[in-house]
Write a protein that binds this ligand. Structure first.
Ligand code: PRT
Ligand code: ZN
Length: 285
């Protein structure tokens, strides 16, 4: 039986969360221990540990069948592979930044200026679309120091909290791209590998849905049941069980993490008591 080869980052910002996702999908594998390849013991996959920049190429060349990589790296690589699922972790943005004392009034600021970046493909396309001529200085690391040492007038780099820009005397002025970790796949997987991928995808989606939702239990006086049911945007109709306490029921439902705090306030006002909110491990719908 063939095995699906998954490329993950060997060490860096994506590594831990990529492996954690596979573990949450119930896939067990021996601790990498510096190895370049390992095999799951209970699911037909092999895991290849690579530098993130190499993952799109390896997947395009079918050395790996699928991979986990940042959208920023994928788009910059211009490789012909498909995004099969956005994974919702390692979110960041690719942004333009300039020295904080610069008078920035719009993109025209960059006209004929030098911009240091490790993302020349994304950046040149961005400015071509804007019809603004710029000079792109390609550097592979520590981009944020380029303006300070006179190498460029601005930079285009990954921003997450913004503290790196701040501590280098820069300010973020435009967002070029939003990014997060994505699952990518080679364009033509054979049938057997497609089936393994579908199984994996189903597990990933169940894990992610569970994380986005909470299970909620609350005690409600019976006359207020209808009002409270209306507040709960559950998966389908909530479960209602009688409590030993006369005239009261226990109501169980699922709510999304986003709506959580708003709904809790509304429920309290409507008369719910003893509210319990618990995490869901897997959610199959
Ligand atoms: O060795 P390898 O080539 O595999 O790894 P790498 O060093 O090239 O990449 P790595 O591990 O740093 O990042 C992997 C991926 O994580 C990136 O491609 C992004 O998709 C994602 N990611 C998420 C980030 C960040 N957040 C991030 N903050 N990648 C880099 N940064 C850097 C950024 O370059 C800048 O230096 O962090 C700094 C900015 O962070 P803040 O929080 O100060 O704004
Ligand atoms: Zn890299």
């Amino acid at each position: 039986m063939s095995k699906l080869k998954i490329a993950v980052q060997k060490s860096g910002r994506l590594s831990e969360k990529s492996l954690q996702l596979l573990e949450e999908c119930g896939i067990k594998f021996p601790n990498g221990g510096g190895k370049l390849i390992t095999e799951a013991t209970n699911f037909p996959v092999q895991i290849l540990f690579l530098r993130d920049d190499d993952i799109p190429q390896y997947v395009e060349q079918k050395v790996a069948d699928i991979g986990i990589v940042g959208e920023n790296v994928l788009i910059e690589s211009t490789k012909k592979i498909n995004i099969v699922e956005k994974l919702g972790f390692s979110s960041c943005r690719l942004s333009l930044a300039v020295p904080k004392e610069a008078e920035y009034q719009g993109l025209e600021f960059f006209k004929n200026k030098r911009i240091a970046t490790s993302y020349p493909n994304i950046l040149s396309e961005y400015f071509q679309d804007q019809k603004i001529a710029v000079s792109i200085e390609v550097i592979s690391g520590s981009v944020e120091i380029a303006p300070g040492i006179g190498l460029s007038d601005g930079i285009c780099d990954i921003v997450s909290s913004g503290s790196t820009l701040l501590s280098n005397g820069l300010k973020e002025v435009e967002k070029v791209l939003d990014s997060q970790a994505v699952l990518v796949a080679s364009e033509d997987l054979d049938l057997e590998k497609q089936q393994i991928l579908q199984k994996l995808l189903f597990r990933i989606q169940s894990v992610r849905k569970a994380k986005e939702n909470k299970y909620i239990l609350l005690n409600v006086p019976n006359p207020k049941l209808d009002k409270i049911k209306a507040i709960l945007p559950g998966m389908n109709s909530p479960t209602i069980l009688p409590l030993a306490k006369e005239g009261w029921s226990s109501l169980h439902s699922v709510i999304s993490e986003d709506k959580f705090w708003d709904v809790i306030d509304e429920l309290k006002v409507a008369g719910a008591e003893g509210i319990l909110v618990v995490p869901i491990e897997k959610m199959i719908i």
